[in-house]
Design a protein around this ligand. Structure first.
Ligand code: Z5A
Length: 216
């Protein structure tokens, strides 16, 4: 679907710097005159934030099956698209979204093992024709991502249910995202997130600015 606005997603593992980059991009683009909407998945709506709590909660005896997990992520997404993302794109805004379909394909489809095709099909159903125009993938060694978070909090951080899946799982997610980036090289841009924040911002803007100028 073609909209006046632009839909930009930011992907990457835990602690790769997505929230940090999104805040800086928001500041820069807003100062440059764009109307920007920052949002995230799971979440972005009142309903989605409730689903997020359910998805991330780590609680003894709480079991979440693979399909149940997938459908919860997609329930949040379809509400998010209908209530927030689509209206913003129709009104010409630049939407910066922390995670989207590529996360679902990498985490649920490939790393959890549900199967890429099955997950892609369900994502298509949930997305109602709304797909990212451009994606920045912040690529970082998962061990480094975890260290960054611990450094920020000054202690080993409490992990949510998905973070707790272990290093091997997070390494599979990274490989899956790199694979998706290779396959969708026209949309997904890989940025080495081990560089300092200013460098990551500069590299991102070098991709984003010409894209926005070209397509606005
Ligand atoms: N998930 C899924 O399974 N399926 C799906 O479909 C979707 C999600 C949508 C929630 O995501 C979980 O849901 C996630 C995937 C799964 N689980 N995991 N893993 P989330 O986005 O809320 O959680 P997260 O990925 O763990 O995000 P995060 O921990 O908030 O990390 P971040 O936003 O990428 O990083 P940050 O907060 O910007 O930075 C972390 C620290 O590093 C902070 O102190 C910064 O100041 C510092 N930082 C940032 N950049 C740098 C650089 N360049 N150098 C040094 N230090 C830096």
């Amino acid at each position: 679907m073609n909209f006046p606005g632009r839909f930009i997603t930011i992907e990457g593992g835990e602690g790769s710097g997505k929230s940090t980059l999104i805040a800086e991009l928001n500041r820069f683009l807003t100062n440059s005159g764009y109307s920007v909407l920052v949002t995230r998945e799971p979440g972005g709506t009142v309903f989605g934030e409730k689903v997020r709590e359910l998805l991330l909660e780590e609680k003894k005896d709480l079991r979440v099956g693979l399909l149940a997990e997938l459908f919860l992520f997609l329930a949040s997404r379809s509400q998010h698209i209908e209530e927030v993302i689509k209206p913003a794109l129709i009104s010409g805004r630049v939407v910066l979204c922390d995670r989207f379909n590529d996360s679902t394909i990498a985490y649920q489809g490939i790393a959890r093992g549900l199967g890429r095709e099955l997950v892609e099909d369900q994502c298509h159903l949930a997305c109602q024709g709304v797909f990212p125009d451009l994606t920045l993938f912040l690529d970082l060694d998962p061990e480094l991502g975890l260290k960054r978070r611990e450094l920020a909090e000054g202690k080993p951080s409490e992990k949510d249910r998905i973070e707790n899946a272990g290093l091997f799982f997070h390494e599979s997610v990274r490989k899956a995202l790199l694979f998706l980036a290779e396959e969708n090289a026209d949309r997904i841009h890989v940025i080495d997130a081990s560089f300092p924040k200013e460098v990551v911002l500069e590299k991102s803007l070098r991709i984003l600015q010409p894209f926005l100028k070209r397509t606005s």
